[in-house]
Design a protein around this ligand. Structure first.
Ligand code: PLP
Length: 452
């Protein structure tokens, strides 16, 4: 940091302030964690100076012996901890990983058979008519994934995301009454739509997914079964999700981030069966820009950490804490969707308290608890103001917190939320604002001192 301060003291100051923030606020953001010092330090190294387009031993640049060794080790560690046939550790983030996966599935299942049909092996050899026909076919494929409001991610076909331009997108939702996935209904939709891809995985769904059942549905519908385990990869590596709840034995392609429950560097990865390996290998430079070798090195470190027996204890504690915190929220009068959780996160409905998710998020941040607002299934408040909070326990578990702290946190969260009221809307004082609010001063002071 001293070296950084000698060039850009402004940046060093922001880093120190971030440290201060992280030390004084309790982090309950479900998609964040604290990676280890070895992971952090590995990211800050001179491998960043290398261009490494291509794959190990097949690069578009010279001098990649060391990067090759790093990347091969990272991929090997990934295959080992997840039991996958193939791993591509190059994606820079989870969105990249999904883009790469979509492209590889389109290439493998649509483009390659079309080339065979035309008796070609190379796209450039197609006539203009053949290419136009293939483009039509590539552009008309269906993706069936979890709807954004039911907990799916933007990259699963949300209208504003590039994925919605790649596919004819359809969403399945959670059941309106139970809040959980209805596999019979998903099967009905899949058989009707016959999508190229059936996608499972979420950013905000508090229950386990039966991947065995989802694969059966995909098989019946003739779809490729893809799972985005960005949120729960740590629970898979830590063997909390096993059997039908482990996506690896059931999915054709699995994507993930590496920085959430997996506790690695900020990045992404794709795992797959051998069928998609060739296409995935060509993803750099056809989909992604040059890999980040320094981050890939940090992935290898994180994967080795995740393969240790201690990581299993860690993963189990994340879920124990999540369940304890959800129970504490319920005990203190909050509405937790589906009545609890099977994983590292759960959702709280704040609508009954008369506030929006945005107001709840800000009031808690002021009280030194950092978490994020989240749309709830069929949310009338839309994706900006929302009606809910998403609460996750991966980061606090890394800090060593346990059941006692979860009980205390549940009480503090309820205290703050029940002491927050919407302020009048500045544009129309007869109405409540969806963003502005006031917190009772005594409750805020009490929350502060209890957090400290
Ligand atoms: N997939 C899921 C399920 C996610 O929750 C996220 C991010 O939160 C992503 C993909 C995208 O990850 P990134 O922000 O690293 O691109």
């Amino acid at each position: 940091l001293q070296e950084c301060a000698s060039v850009t003291p402004e940046i060093a100051t922001s880093v120190v302030r971030e440290l201060e923030n992280q030390r004084t606020r309790v982090k309950l953001i479900a998609s964040e964690n604290y990676c280890s010092l070895p992971v952090q330090l590995t990211m800050g190294n001179l491998l960043t100076d290398k261009y490494a387009e291509g794959m190990p031993n097949h690069r578009f640049y010279a001098g990649n012996e060391n990067v090759d060794a790093v990347e091969m080790l990272a991929a090997e560690e990934a295959r080992k901890i997840f039991g996958a046939e193939y791993a591509n550790v190059q994606p820079h983030c989870g969105a990249d990983a999904n883009l790469l996966a979509y492209w590889a599935i389109l290439t493998t299942r649509i483009e390659t058979p079309a080339l065979e049909k035309y008796g070609q092996t190379n796209l450039y050899k197609l006539t203009d008519d053949q290419w136009n026909e293939l483009k039509q076919d590539l552009g008309n494929q269906r993706l069936l994934g979890l709807d954004y409001y039911s907990g799916g991610h933007l990259t699963h076909g949300y209208r504003y995301n590039v994925s919605s331009r790649m596919f004819d997108v359809h969403g399945y939702t959670v059941n309106r009454d139970t809040g959980v996935l209805d596999y019979d209904e998903i099967e009905r939709q899949a058989l009707e739509l016959k999508p190229l891809i059936l996608l499972a995985g979420y950013s905000a769904y508090p229950r386990k997914i039966n991947f065995k059942r989802m694969r059966e549905i995909a098989d019946k519908a003739g779809a490729v079964f893809m799972v985005d385990m960005a949120h729960f990869a740590g629970l898979v590596a830590g063997k909390v999700f096993t059997g039908e709840f482990d996506p690896i034995p059931h999915a054709h392609v699995v994507t993930t981030t590496t920085h959430k429950t997996l506790r690695g560097p900020r990045a992404g990865m794709v795992l797959s069966t051998a069928e998609f390996a060739d296409a995935l290998d060509k993803g750099c430079p056809l989909v992604m820009g040059g890999p980040l070798p320094h981050v890939i090195a940090a992935k290898a470190v994180a994967f080795r950490e995740a393969g240790k027996p201690e990581f299993k204890d860690y993963a189990k504690k994340i879920v124990d804490n999540s369940q304890a915190l959800a129970a504490a929220c319920i005990k203190n009068g909050l509405e937790v969707l589906t009545g609890g959780t099977d994983n590292h996160l759960f959702l709280v409905n704040v609508r009954s308290l008369g506030i929006t998710g945005r107001q709840a998020e800000s009031a808690l941040h002021e009280s030194h608890i950092t978490l994020n607002r989240n749309s709830l299934p069929f949310d009338p408040n839309g994706p900006w103001y929302t009606s809910g909070l998403r609460i996750g326990t991966a980061a606090v578990t890394t800090l060593g917190m346990g059941k006692a702290e979860m009980e205390e946190l549940g009480a503090i969260i309820a205290l703050v939320l029940k002491s927050t009221v919407p302020a009048p809307d500045p544009k129309d004082p007869a109405k409540h604002s969806k963003a502005k609010y006031t917190i009772d001063g005594a409750a805020k002071t009490e929350a502060h001192s209890r957090i400290e």
